[in-house]
Design a protein around this ligand. Structure first.
Ligand code: NAP
Ligand code: ZN
Ligand code: ZN
Length: 352
């Protein structure tokens, strides 16, 4: 493959694990035959962006440009592009390519492909440089990894569906959460608030666990039937052995064993949060009641489109707080304090 020509766009990046984000100029490839060029209008701020920028997972490449909840308008398409045309409203999530041939790719589960290319932090096969994310003015992505945004949804509020949305939709669907089940969601942040909305839309009885008592009224407005303040032992004990399924979205170290005890026999706790440090797991809460502890990673391209279409049909979007690009460092500090209602979204017009 010959190296395509590149053009410059403005972006926001971190130079090291301890640097704040600031303005930079980056290269994007000119669209090749199968590529879609997108002018980015909004980009959601995921806690993974913060983990990555601060090298908490030990694979960050600097300068790091995060952002994988991207929505925008198509500004150019390659000669072989069939699904999109200039002017379309589109989205890009956590993946921008994969090997296309392995069993995972064939099953539409590109997130598990050993050759997946993440929107940031992977190697770009075209430019032979690290991929750079959506805190930028434009991005070029092969058409098979570009998604359609239903026209009835607010574009800014739809951006977080590309990661927070699919990451919670996918495990709830995979484990067939629905009517008659009691479902817990742990943490009311970006992922958690989408988990509450989806679990409610799928017909489950939804209980939200929070460390922030001040979020209780919002949790109910978002769809939770009950709210439990997880630091209150009596409130936790009242739910012992009663859950079919719990979705844990917490971004930091916490006592996971307390949640195993809330599952029924054969109940399942699915971890989607990706804390920096390992979580200690006690054997007895699992083995005595044949409980499961599982994980889940975003979702493949077909399921991400299915989720977006479901959101279009049911009018589901994220509850957002819009920020300007130069407010990103303050937004990160607020996210660390669990002070986010419930997803920051960057208005990319503010990147000048
Ligand atoms: P977020 O908006 O910061 O929300 C995390 C929530 O967890 C907080 O709002 C808070 O909710 C709770 N929390 C934070 N610190 C806590 C602590 N020490 N103990 C207990 N609860 C705590 O983050 P996010 O964007 O939703 O992401 C959540 C996690 O999922 C991150 O680790 C992220 O990297 C990961 N992630 C994974 C995937 C995947 O594919 N598996 C995809 C995207 C993100 P309360 O105030 O309600 O307690
Ligand atoms: Zn994310
Ligand atoms: Zn593959």
């Amino acid at each position: 493959m010959s190296k395509p020509r590149a053009y410059s766009v403005k972006a926001y990046s971190a130079a090291s694990a301890t640097s704040p984000l600031s303005g930079i100029s980056i290269s994007r490839r000119e669209p090749t035959e199968s590529d879609v060029q997108i002018s980015i209008l909004y980009c959601g701020v995921c806690h993974s962006d913060l983990h990555y920028v601060r090298n908490e997972w030990n694979f960050t490449q600097y300068p790091a440009v995060p952002g994988h909840e991207i929505v925008g308008k198509v500004t150019a398409v390659g000669s072989g592009v069939k699904k999109f045309k200039v002017g379309d409203t589109v989205g890009v999530g956590c993946l921008v390519d994969s090997c296309r041939t392995c069993p995972d790719c064939q099953a539409g589960l590109e997130q598990f492909c050993a050759g997946m290319v993440m929107t940031y932090g992977s190697m770009d096969r075209h430019l032979e440089a690290p991929t750079l994310g959506g805190y930028s003015q434009s991005i070029v992505v092969t058409e098979d990894f570009v998604l359609r945004i239903p026209s009835n949804l607010s574009l800014a509020a739809a951006a977080p569906l590309l990661c927070a949305g699919i990451t919670t939709y996918s495990p709830l669907r995979h484990w067939k959460v629905g009517p008659g089940q009691k479902v817990g969601v742990v943490g009311l942040g970006g992922l958690g608030h989408m988990g509450v909305k989806f679990a409610r839309a799928f017909g489950a009885h939804v209980v939200l666990f929070t460390t922030s008592p001040g979020k209780a009224a919002d949790a109910q407005r978002l769809g939770a039937h009950e709210v439990v303040v997880s630091k209150d032992e009596a409130q936790m004990a009242a739910h012992a052995g009663s859950f079919d399924f719990i979705l844990d979205t917490v971004s930091a170290t916490h006592d996971i064993n307390a949640y195993f005890n809330l599952l029924k026999r054969d109940g399942n706790l699915v971890l989607v949060g990706a804390p920096e440090k390992p979580l200690p797991v006690a054997a007895f809460p699992l083995i005595f009641r044949r409980r499961s502890f599982s994980g889940s990673l975003i979702g493949g391209l077909p399921e991400t489109q299915e989720m977006l279409d479901f959101c279009g049909k049911h009018n589901i979007t994220s509850d957002i707080e819009m920020i300007k690009m130069d407010q990103i460092n303050t937004a990160y500090e607020r996210m660390l304090k669990s002070d986010v209602k419930y997803r920051f979204v960057i208005d990319m017009a503010s990147l000048k």
